[in-house]
Design a binder for this molecule. Structure first.
Ligand code: ZN
Length: 49
């Protein structure tokens, strides 16, 4: 799975269901990119929120 960190979120495109779910209930954040996600696998330097 591609990490959210590497993914460029295109604002013109609606994120698919799986991606929305990852973004809606964040449990982890990335120490490097400061992104949040529900799964630590989606981040390059995951840290629990
Ligand atoms: Zn990252």
């Amino acid at each position: 799975m591609k990490t959210l960190c590497k993914m460029r979120l295109n604002t013109d495109e609606k994120p698919d269901k799986a991606l929305r779910k990852l973004l809606s209930f964040p449990k982890y954040y990335c120490r490097k990119c400061l992104r949040t996600a529900a799964e630590k696998g989606a981040l390059c330097k995951p840290e629990k929120l």
